[in-house]
Ligand binder design. Structure first.
Ligand code: OGA
Ligand code: MN
Length: 298
């Protein structure tokens, strides 16, 4: 296995490894070490089945089930352990212009970190490119550890112990999307998340933010939202961002604990883009990990 840094300590490419076969303990350790340092690992030219994709992901922890599985009547194109990030419908055709799935997935164009709307959010996402458009459809990643380091000491003080409320409804509502069933509203209630996290593998500190964050506990809505917006703008400045230009059969594994990402546009009514994601859960709610008492909702 060889590790080629793309940037000093945010993104790296990993070669000389075939992820379709079970990892040796040595490879697993080496990947875990690279993942402590780099937040985005790119494994080019991987060829595997869905089972092999999921098996590789399981090396890093338990898998999530897609939130679309909670909506009764929803027909999934792929298995529930895969988040279907494609522009295809259950019949493998390009989605309709006004389809619910297309409107829902527009949310991925906003800066976010995966599953911060779950009590135990995602630790890692492993996104695999089964087909890509000839132009566009890049994915941008923001380095939340570097962004934290660059904050003033005053701001770091101010953020200590702050908790934001995250919900999938918050991010979707920002785009005017409201098509949630009672069932979804009940299974995906707002959850508290620490705004600053210590990254276990590196000991570094990072901001933890997302489009899913709606307000900050203990602050007026206006003040909390303004602060969230200011921090997201800070963290997504050019110097903190790596843009991934996909090649067919790239597997990209990123660390949701210390990054945000967003999908860029492409002609999604013309080109199929079949991206499938396996998602590994974190170990505990973020407030618990940070030793912060969960604030009581106002
Ligand atoms: C994701 C995601 C963006 C993209 O898979 O979690 O946000 O570019 N993807 O497909
Ligand atoms: Mn995502």
């Amino acid at each position: 296995m060889t590790v080629y840094p793309v940037t000093d300590n945010f993104a790296a490419e990993i070669g000389d490894i075939d992820l379709s076969i079970p990892l040796t303990e040595a490879d697993r350790t080496e990947i875990a070490m690279a993942f402590d340092r780099y937040s985005v690992l790119v494994f080019p030219d991987q060829h595997f089945s869905t089972d092999q994709h999921l098996d590789f992901a399981r090396n890093f922890g338990p898998l999530e089930t897609t939130i679309h599985a909670v909506r009764s009547g929803a027909k999934l194109r792929v298995r529930p352990e895969i988040a279907d990030v494609s522009n295809l419908d259950a019949g493998e055709a390009i989605w309709g212009k006004d389809s619910r799935k297309r409107m829902f997935e527009m949310g991925n164009r906003m800066w976010h970190t995966d599953s911060s709307f779950r009590r135990v959010p995602a630790k890692a996402s492993l996104l695999y490119a089964r087909s890509i458009p000839p132009v566009g459809g890049h994915t941008e990643f923001a380095d939340m550890r570097a962004a934290y380091d660059a904050l003033s000491d005053d701001m770091k003080q101010r953020l200590r112990g702050l908790v934001a409320e995250h919900a999938i409804m918050h991010s979707r509502r920002k785009l005017g999307f409201n098509d949630f069933s009672d069932e979804e509203n009940q299974t995906l209630p707002p959850v508290p998340q620490a705004m600053v996290r210590r990254h276990a593998g590196s000991g570094r500190t990072g901001l933890y933010l997302a489009s899913h964050a709606g307000r900050i506990f203990g602050m007026k809505d206006e003040e909390g939202k303004a602060l969230l917006q200011q921090l997201i703008e800070h963290a997504t400045q050019r110097q903190f961002v790596y843009t991934h230009r996909w090649r067919l059969h790239d597997l990209v594994m990123w660390d949701n604990r210390c990054t945000m990402h967003r999908g860029k546009g492409y002609d999604d009514l013309r080109w199929p883009r079949d991206m499938q994601r396996a998602t590994v859960s974190d170990v505990a709610p973020t407030c618990e990990q940070e030793g912060i008492a969960v604030p009581v909702a106002a």
